[in-house]
Design a protein around this ligand. Structure first.
Ligand code: PMV
Length: 341
């Protein structure tokens, strides 16, 4: 028996950040968050389940993945295998079009693409809401990359996490916003987001107020998106990122994801705003600065950021679609059964 599928998904960048879990096993957040799914930051994943495989094998950008990263993917596949009642091992081959694990949300596109491919190959028939809750188990932010456009990940109230999933607030065509992503350092970041989140929750005196701000920011951001109020959405975006980094820095021992170039990009953004450009800074758990802007100002902002000392690359991102199966490749359990009949 052999079942396979390929899928692709874009990364996302949160305008209102997620940073803190209420359940570490199920990846349930303490607050809701909101993001833009971003093209062309893409992961393409191929999965093959085959009865001849003795164990799972994971290739990432052509290299074999071992240790805790490989265990994380096997545990993620186990959730689907248990659901289907099978024990078939799998080969996973995944490729990213952008620098990984340096604050560019690669786990979001990675687990969203993997969830979509697994769903198709094993014919789980999960709807997008259930698929988002499944992707969330791999990485919290992956729950948002299942959807395209403007996406809210609602905190949910239930202990089993069934109400904690992404929701598409608006499709990509609603509003042509851009995210200019600067690559300041393409190396691995000093600490993973999960470790940093847990330490922040346990030790930062600012954690509680950070979570409170996120909850109200999400509601305000949804309203700003509905009204296409760019200034309001931009202000929320910048404030959410700075509040998150403030809480992170307040951890003990302290955590500092921002580098000199990141801070310079923040000041550049403020300067550009003074000159009349619609530009708002954001940054995730890594040193890469990102600037939210309108399509009208995107090329100017891209040029300014690319000239900043320490910036190695700039990616002008538009709002993209959700995770999709790549056709015609892929044989699901159901396809296989119908050809056997
Ligand atoms: O999905 P995770 O566990 O890698 O967490 C992502 C956290 C941030 O990127 C810092 C914020 C966010 O909401 O994407």
């Amino acid at each position: 028996m052999k079942f396979n599928a390929s899928a692709k998904a874009f990364a996302n960048v949160a305008l209102v950040k997620y940073f803190g879990k209420r359940d570490r096993v199920l990846n349930l957040p303490d607050a809701s968050s909101l993001s833009l799914t971003l093209e062309p930051l893409q992961t393409v994943t191929k999965i093959v389940f085959d009865e001849s495989y003795k164990s799972d094998k994971v290739l990432f950008n052509g290299d074999v993945v071992e240790g805790s990263a490989a265990t994380r993917i096997s545990s993620f596949l186990d959730i689907a295998r248990n659901l289907k009642g099978i024990t078939l091992k799998a080969n996973v081959d995944t490729t990213n079009s952008f620098p990984t694990a340096a604050g560019l949300a690669s786990s979001a596109s990675g687990f969203a693409a993997l969830a979509r491919a697994v769903d198709y190959a094993l014919d789980l028939k999960l709807d997008d809401t259930a698929l988002s809750a499944y992707a969330r188990r791999g990485s919290g932010s992956a729950s948002r990359s299942v959807f395209g456009g403007f996406v809210k990940w609602q905190r949910g109230e239930k202990d089993d996490g069934s109400d904690s999933h992404g929701i598409c607030i608006k499709k990509p065509s609603w509003w042509d916003l851009r995210m200019i992503v600067g690559v300041a350092d393409s190396g691995q970041k000093s600490m993973g987001s999960t470790g940093a989140m847990n330490l922040t929750k346990e030790t930062s005196p600012y954690y509680k107020s950070w979570i409170k701000s996120a909850q109200s920011h999400v509601n305000e951001a949804v309203e700003a998106i509905e009204k296409k109020d760019f200034q309001k959405l931009g202000e929320i975006t910048e404030n959410s990122a700075l509040l998150m980094h403030g809480a992170i820095m307040g951890s003990n021992p302290g955590i500092m994801f921002l580098k000199g170039t990141t801070i310079d990009a923040y000041h550049l953004t403020v300067e550009m705003r003074k000159k009349g450009l619609g530009a708002y800074f954001t940054c995730d758990a890594g040193p890469q600065p990102k600037i939210l802007c309108t399509v009208e100002d995107a090329v100017k902002i891209e040029r300014e950021l690319s000239m900043l000392k320490g910036i190695k690359k700039v990616i002008n991102c538009k709002i993209g679609d959700g995770a999709q199966v790549i056709k015609p490749y892929g044989t699901s359990i159901e396809d296989k059964c119908s050809t056997l009949q």
